[in-house]
Design a protein around this ligand. Structure first.
Ligand SMILES: [Zn+2]
Length: 415
């Protein structure tokens, strides 16, 4: 067997450690950046005790995030260095003669292992941290059901997808990446259309909004913006958490406006209209389409490179693999692709933050004022105990939305 310490190992390992350090540094900076002084925009809307509680909550969350990052990294590195991938592959080979079933077993065993490791992390976050600060409304029953439904969904969707990918990359040679790209693009668009009808109702109840006054105001706003939609629904978010949200689901005339029941409790009608005007702003500027399009480009690049590196013996040696196979190659390639996907993630976040400002400005124009949305953002940040002063490095790396204070300043300037 060739030595594992080759060029593939060096690239994958170096970036893995580099990103781990970067993540710990940016989290630590986030903690140092928190200030005991209440920002001016929030002074009248948060009492000092709640503000202090927010700082404690954020600090505890970040500490736990750092701990779970290090914990999962140690497990991953130990698994990698001890030849864990080879062990799982050999087990899958011994269980089936068929190359597709072997692949599914390989991903299946790793998937189960990952789920088992993630359970204590997720349980601690929900039932200890979120509960301590009064956010968690999930019962153990709901939580277990969510996990089971999620697992069944990922098997029902994931297994056929993996089977097709293994088949494409086994038989289609240089054309495999095109088939994979076309297949996955089709599926993800189909899922975007089907999710609101088939998947979301598995987790939440959607009931038509009964508040006549608010319904009228929403209708007025949508007519003014020429925004097509089929109805306004209330989502029972309070079943799981006190955190609030609003979103659209579906496309074109079947688009639904969904408001969390927790949002209706926290914000006034004007503020809800401000939030929806922002969402319509995204639609006016075609941000969703642009996001889907750039996602497709990234996927095409990924599958193209996957086709090139999938069966390079050096990649397999780097993970101490004894057999070369398409299924294992697909997985090992994703570790090689991490530096590129991280850079594209940073770029994606950069454009997403830009889009948030554009949607704020468009929403401000549509609603005639930015002050209701600004007030809505203040209330939501207080309600969710959001981090008001994230460190710029963390914003640059991870934030899809600009820090809330910057958005508020932008919304209320010249008003
Ligand atoms: Zn937005």
């Amino acid at each position: 067997m060739n030595s594992m310490f080759n060029i593939y190992f060096s690239v994958i390992f170096t970036f893995y450690i580099l990103f781990l350090i970067l993540s710990i540094v940016s989290d630590s900076l986030d903690i140092f950046n928190m200030s005991p002084k209440i920002p001016d925009a929030f002074k009248e809307h948060i009492d000092p005790e709640t503000y202090r509680k927010g700082i404690k909550y954020q600090t505890e969350r970040i500490h736990f995030g750092m701990f779970s990052t290090v914990f999962s990294s140690v497990i991953f590195l130990a698994f990698w260095f001890s030849g864990g991938f080879n062990f799982v592959d050999k087990t899958a080979i011994s269980l089936s003669e068929n190359y597709i079933f072997r692949g599914l077993l390989f991903f299946g065993i790793l998937g189960v292992a990952q789920t088992v490791i993630s359970i204590p992390v997720s349980a601690y976050s929900t039932f200890v941290i979120e509960k301590k600060y009064g956010f968690n409304k999930t019962t153990l029953d709901t939580w277990i059901r969510d996990r089971i439904k999620g697992t069944i969904l990922s098997i029902v969707i994931g297994a056929p997808v993996l089977a097709f990918l293994i088949w494409f990359f086994t038989y289609l040679g240089n054309l495999a990446w095109i088939a994979a790209f076309a297949g996955i693009s089709f599926l993800s668009i189909l899922l975007q259309i089907l999710a609101p009808i088939l998947i979301m109702p598995l987790f939440n109840k959607f009931t038509p909004l009964e508040d006549g006054d608010l319904t009228e105001k929403i209708k007025e706003l949508c007519i003014k913006a020429e925004f097509p939609y089929s109805g306004v629904y209330v989502v029972d978010g309070s079943k799981r958490s006190t955190k609030a949200n609003a979103f659209f689901t579906g496309f074109g005339k079947t688009r639904r406006i969904a408001l969390y029941d927790t949002l209706l409790e926290t914000l006034t009608h004007d503020e809800i209209i401000g939030v929806l005007a922002h969402e319509i702003g995204h639609w006016q500027k075609k941000h969703l389409l642009r996001g889907i399009f750039s996602g497709l480009i990234q996927m095409a690049i990924m599958f193209y490179l996957m086709g090139i590196f999938l069966s390079k013996p050096g990649l397999f040696s780097a993970f101490r693999m004894e057999n070369i196979s398409v299924h294992a190659g697909m997985l090992l390639f994703t570790t090689l692709f991490t530096p590129l996907s991280t850079v594209s993630g940073i770029l994606f976040n950069y454009f997403s933050r830009k889009h948030e400002y554009e949607a704020d400005n468009a929403g401000k124009k549509l609603a005639g004022t930015g002050k209701h949305l600004a007030m809505g953002l203040i209330k939501l940040s207080v309600n969710n105990l959001s981090n008001l002063k994230p460190h710029p490095l963390n914003v640059f790396l991870h934030y899809s939305h600009p820090p809330v204070l910057e958005r508020i300043n932008n919304l209320i300037k010249d008003e």
